[in-house]
Design a protein around this ligand. Structure first.
Ligand SMILES: NC(=O)c1ccc[n+]([C@@H]2O[C@H](COP(=O)([O-])OP(=O)(O)OC[C@H]3O[C@@H](n4cnc5c(N)ncnc54)[C@H](OP(=O)(O)O)[C@@H]3O)[C@@H](O)[C@H]2O)c1
Length: 256
């Protein structure tokens, strides 16, 4: 049985990914700060608790990340996959206006969290020829005015995925953009973007919501789950879109 750790599993894309992984028969370690939401998800998706483990943690805290990995190994004896999904968008403000403490916190969650978890999980991932799926964004490769910390952190995460692919050929390491997904992060864009983003860019996200064009989290969540379980070594180091045809083929092959 594959054991997959999903960060940011309390809501949104991470919750959908964790639920789908459980449906696909994996054992799942769920982490985020909101213990109640994690317990509720695990209780619903794995009522007997045989294949789920809830470990509340703040990914910006290195010792907390180390404890999550230790708890996963203590419970399941192995770790085959890490989905680095936890993320924050804020500050939503131009560089000169953004609060430096919030900027620092963004980097801590979006970049240092994935790094800490990879660092502490690596011996286990190497042993099991496992996979790391880093949830990224189009803003990692296209400058996003108003989201400087977020874009910078995610660009660095893309490079983290590439360096890991070079250093650890026995591990499959990817960065994946999930599309524009109907989650709390999109609410933040709609609510805070009017003040902190260029007006046309903000309107584009408001329109996507109004027109019902945001993706349900289950669609990219299914892609992340299939990648965490089945991404082939030949893809290691790539930055993939959730709906890349080869990802879609992988999803069909493994979830049909
Ligand atoms: N939604 C989109 O359109 C979109 C587009 C591109 C990329 N993404 C990426 O998709 C991923 C998931 O985002 P989402 O849209 O599902 O947003 P979301 O609904 O806001 O979920 C964010 C998750 O991250 C967790 N989290 C935040 N800070 C944390 C911390 N310090 N420690 C541990 N967990 C933390 C949250 O849990 P707690 O608050 O319980 O800790 C929550 O589970 C993010 O990496 C985001 O950048 C989203």
């Amino acid at each position: 049985m594959n054991v997959i750790l999903v960060t940011g599993a309390s809501r949104g894309l991470g919750a959908a990914t964790a639920r789908i992984l459980l449906e696909m028969g994996a054992a799942v370690v769920l982490t985020a700060r909101s213990a109640g939401a994690l317990d509720a998800l695990a209780g619903q998706a794995d009522p007997g608790g045989e294949r789920s483990l809830v470990v509340p943690a703040d990914v910006a805290d290195e010792s907390a990340c180390q404890k999550v990995i230790a708890a996963a190994i203590e419970r399941f004896g192995q770790l085959d996959g890490l989905v680095n999904n936890a993320g924050v968008l804020q500050p939503v403000a131009a560089l000169g206006d953004a609060d430096p403490a919030q900027w620092r916190q963004n980097i801590a969650v979006n970049l240092l969290g994935p790094y800490y978890l990879i660092h502490h999980a690596l011996p286990h991932l190497r042993a099991g020829r496992g996979r790391v799926i880093n949830v990224s964004t189009g803003a990692a490769i296209n400058p996003a005015p108003g989201w400087s910390a977020y874009s910078v952190a995610k660009a660095a995460v893309n490079m983290l995925a590439r360096v890991l692919a070079e250093e650890a050929p026995e591990v499959v390491s990817l960065a994946v953009r999930p599309g524009v997904v109907d989650t709390a992060m999109q609410e933040t864009i709609r609510e805070e973007g009017a003040a902190g983003m260029p007006a046309e860019r903000h309107r584009r996200f408001v329109r996507l919501h109004e027109q019902g064009d945001l993706l349900p989290p289950e669609l990219p969540g299914r892609a992340l789950a299939a990648l965490a379980l089945h991404a082939p070594p030949a893809w290691s180091g790539e930055f993939l879109s959730w709906d890349d045809p080869k990802v879609a083929a992988l999803v069909t092959r493994h979830t049909a």
